[in-house]
Design a protein around this ligand. Structure first.
Ligand code: NAP
Length: 281
């Protein structure tokens, strides 16, 4: 077991948090960073990067908001170069399936001279319970610019398990793991399964991409996020990622978690319990 802490870029991020918890449970020392930690780490402020990197040899890297944004490749390139200069040996990058920008960032890492892993993930199941779709679930109507295209959503507990395996098992180094869940579902099918689990109706309504972007604009989301959502729902969400992959099994020797098991876990957390909301109304 290595002496230096394993760096986690994205301590409060959905997967970063889980990777941190798993590594600590295994007895590893970790250093989780984000804008709200001390030292702070901000992708938009390269002067914050050195303090996070110094004294570490390996890192789990989640970029924010998404490797698809046009500036990501250069930012990632600068970051990897600094990491190498400082003496890091192994980086594990969380990437997104079917995104050209993400594939460019992956190539930068694979050609960096560092040991590397890429965990290239499909859409997170947890977007429904910890991300941008939770409000739609709680309100009983999920409105998205999506129709019949299916997505093999992945449980991010699986992503965290794969990331930890790559960080702790040297025999897995210098490999890309393309990870997804076992079942490809439409958003409407997910809403139906969630509705059955929670016991209240969750309706799926298809809207146009322009209506979706306008609704996000009215919520005050920044232009960069609006650009990203348009990119993800138009360019990337065209069916290219519809087939389930075997990355979880390749890394862990067990099948990926099914959406039904994810539903059971979320029900235990109470994240979709809206009794408090109804009392306030
Ligand atoms: N969501 C998906 O379905 C999906 C699928 C495949 C891949 N991915 C990849 O996962 C990553 C993000 O996932 P996510 O959208 O679900 O978010 P997330 O991992 O939950 O990350 C959110 C966290 O990022 C931190 N953060 C925000 N701005 C930052 C900045 N400028 N510098 C450093 N940290 C910052 C925030 O912590 P602080 O406020 O503490 O800074 C926040 O807690 C992206 O790289 C994306 O490509 C996502």
């Amino acid at each position: 077991m290595q002496d230096s802490p394993i760096l986690i870029i994205g301590k409060t991020a959905k997967t970063g948090l889980r990777v941190d918890q798993r590594l600590q449970a295994l007895g590893y020392t970790t250093r989780g960073v984000s804008r709200s930690t001390s030292p702070a780490f901000d992708w938009e402020d390269p002067t914050t990067w050195r303090a996070a990197l110094e004294g570490t040899e390996s890192a789990y890297v989640t970029f924010y908001p998404d490797l698809a944004i046009p500036t990501a490749e250069q930012t990632i390139r600068d970051f990897f170069e600094l990491a190498k200069d400082i003496g890091l040996r192994h980086l594990v990058l969380l990437s997104g399936r079917g995104e050209q920008g993400a594939e460019r960032a992956e190539a930068v890492l694979a050609n960096s001279g560092l040991d590397w892993n890429v965990v290239r993930a499909s859409w997170f199941m947890q977007n429904y319970s910890e991300g941008f779709m939770i409000e739609g679930i709680l309100s009983g109507e999920l409105m998205l610019p999506a129709g019949d295209i299916v997505e093999p959503f992945i449980d991010i507990d699986d992503i965290a398990d794969v990331a930890v395996a790559t960080l702790t098992r040297p025999e897995l180094r210098n490999r890309l793991f393309e990870v997804s869940g076992p079942r490809a579902l439409t958003f409407a099918q997910c809403a139906a399964e969630i509705s059955e689990a929670v016991g209240y109706p969750v309706k799926f309504t298809r809207i146009t991409i322009d209506e979706f972007i306008q609704a996000l604009r009215e919520q005050g989301l920044p232009e960069e996020t609006l650009w990203l959502m348009r990119e993800l729902f138009t360019v990337v969400f065209d069916g290219r990622n519809s087939n389930p992959t075997t990355g979880v099994e390749e890394a862990l020797g067990r099948p990926a978690t099914d959406f039904s098991e994810y539903l059971r876990k979320v029900m235990d957390t109470g994240a979709w319990d809206r009794s408090g909301l109804l009392q306030q109304a």
